[in-house]
Write a protein that binds this ligand. Structure first.
Ligand code: HEC
Ligand code: HEC
Ligand code: HEC
Length: 105
């Protein structure tokens, strides 16, 4: 009986682990800019060493839900939102790399 309980707990643990990992692999599309669509790739950011709470905290993107924060270039240039990292520090600078984010279709 104990073994069965342990097995169930293990299975539950592993499957929630997977369920939590999936959203991080998500790609989100920001398609409102005339400069072209921006594709945010969760897996790429994880591989670049970024933890959930580097982005999902009160200052940056508080909610794990797309569309709750409006992203503007003014904020990015001011070092907020994507610009917390895309300022030539942790990641490439936004000012001089428009087309690394914006892809014209
Ligand atoms: C480099 C920044 C960054 C990292 C790291 C990051 N996220 Fe996100 N995530 C975002 C942004 C930006 C959004 C969209 C937020 C918004 O529009 O308000 C988002 C949205 C989400 C969503 C909602 C997706 C949807 O379809 O609505 C989930 C779930 C999520 N993140 C989970 C995670 C988890 C779990 C981790 C860690 C494993 C993680 N994120 C790491 C930036 C990040
Ligand atoms: C917590 C830090 C952090 C935040 C916030 C962040 N990024 Fe990144 N991003 C990175 C790192 C690190 C890389 C790897 C590339 C590098 O080292 O310059 C990267 C890479 C990228 C790339 C790949 C570009 C290429 O040519 O390889 C895109 C596109 C991108 N980010 C878009 C975004 C967008 C859009 C947002 C906001 C919604 C965002 N990022 C927020 C850290 C961040
Ligand atoms: C780190 C990624 C990233 C880089 C680099 C970047 N942008 Fe953006 N930009 C975004 C995101 C995300 C949005 C939000 C689009 C949406 O909501 O659909 C946006 C929105 C915009 C908008 C519409 C909203 C506004 O604030 O005016 C314009 C115009 C724009 N970008 C121009 C540029 C130009 C010009 C450059 C280079 C000097 C640039 N972007 C570099 C990610 C980036």
């Amino acid at each position: 009986m104990q073994k069965l309980a342990l097995l169930i707990v293990t299975v539950l643990f592993v499957s929630t682990g997977i369920a939590l990992a999936v959203p991080a692999e998500k790609t989100l599309e920001f398609s409102k800019s005339p400069m072209g669509v921006v594709t945010f790739d969760g897996a790429l950011h994880r591989e670049a060493g970024q933890k959930c709470k580097n982005c999902h905290n009160e200052e940056v993107f508080p909610r794990m839900k797309q569309g709750t924060v409006e992203v503007t270039m003014d904020d990015i240039y001011a070092g907020k939102l994507c610009g917390v990292c895309h300022n030539g520090g942790r990641a490439f600078d936004a000012q001089s790399n428009c087309t690394r984010c914006h892809i014209k279709q």
